[in-house]
Write a protein that binds this ligand. Structure first.
Ligand code: NAI
Length: 278
């Protein structure tokens, strides 16, 4: 089961279903489930058009997916991956519910970008079966899965998740539980600094992105990437780094806060550093 049918949850459900796993996609909002399934169908149709998959593979994938707004439907699952908003209170509430609902053997994974797996695991009675499974966006395209061991994660749990990742034709990389893990500890301060350069009037978003693309050979500028990730998620991650390390170098840029307060969350809301025609 995948909990949360947003940009990440829908992608995770798609890759598991495409590999042949039978997947339930859960969200508190029916509308998010509809949007998630529509996105998956669109992705699959594009792959059929590009002759990457057949019509049959597309319909098999769709047939492997069901949706539910009832978290109790996790009761027959072997693996649950949580991909709800990047907020500790929301995540711990989901994990303690899952701990009650699911059988003892079920592994509970989080797709968190930065929150401590150890702290999430501590609200359950099975910390050895709790692990971080951090997919990259867009999930169907990106090869990496950063696998995060909490303090109590067992070797058996790690191995099962490593094997599951390989079965999706993705590459697992093992990291330990520290704020932002590896990916966002390195990426987010760069994005935050790019936002500071706009905030301080050094350059426009277009110019910042152009410098980083042409000068550093990045496939996408940091502000385009921030809009893609979601500015709310970027802010949550910076807060986690700032609090976790207690170092002022991680202070979220005030402009990032302002955009999030304005509801300019990037691509998903049609406006962030750029304006999108959704
Ligand atoms: P999103 O905002 O697109 O989706 C979140 C979904 O969770 C929404 O559909 C919301 O209705 C649902 N939700 C909220 N509370 C819920 C609950 N209690 N039960 C079930 N569903 C609930 O967010 P996105 O971008 O998919 O991020 C999800 C997680 O993935 C976050 O932890 C984020 O840090 C992480 N992540 C995000 C990446 C990105 O590029 N956006 C990359 C890698 C990880």
């Amino acid at each position: 089961m995948v909990i949360g049918a947003g940009q990440m949850g829908a992608g995770i459900a798609q890759v598991f279903a495409q590999t042949g796993f039978e997947v339930k996609l859960n969200d508190i909002a029916e509308q998010s489930l509809e949007k998630g399934i529509a996105t998956i169908e669109k992705n699959l149709s594009r792959s059929v058009k590009k002759e990457r998959i057949t019509e049959q593979e597309k319909s098999d994938t769709i047939n492997n997916l069901t949706t539910t707004t009832n978290i109790e439907d996790a009761k027959d699952r072997d693996l649950v991956i949580e991909a709800v908003v990047e907020n500790m209170d929301v995540k711990t509430k989901v994990f303690s519910q899952l701990d009650e609902i699911t059988p003892e053997h079920t592994i509970l994974a989080s797709n968190t970008s930065s929150l401590p797996i150890t702290e999430i695991a501590a609200v359950t009675n099975r910390p050895e079966k709790v692990i971080g499974m951090h997919f990259m966006n867009p999930v169907p395209v990106m090869k990496l899965v950063e696998i995060i061991r909490g303090l109590a994660t067992s070797d058996e749990t790690y191995k099962t998740i490593e094997d599951a990742t390989k079965s999706l034709n993705k590459t697992p990389v093992e990291v330990n539980d520290f704020p932002g893990f590896v990916s966002n500890r390195v990426l987010m301060p760069m994005i935050n600094e790019a936002i500071y350069t706009v905030y301080e009037g050094v350059a426009t978003p277009e110019s910042v992105d152009e410098v980083m693309k042409l000068g550093m050979n990045h496939p996408m500028g940091p502000l385009t990437l921030a809009d893609f990730i979601g500015l709310d998620t970027c802010l949550y991650i910076m807060e986690v780094l700032y609090e976790g390390f207690g170092d002022s170098k991680y202070r979220p840029c005030p402009l990032l806060r302002k955009y999030v307060k304005a509801g300019w969350l990037g691509r998903k809301t049609g406006r962030g550093f750029y304006v999108y025609d959704n």
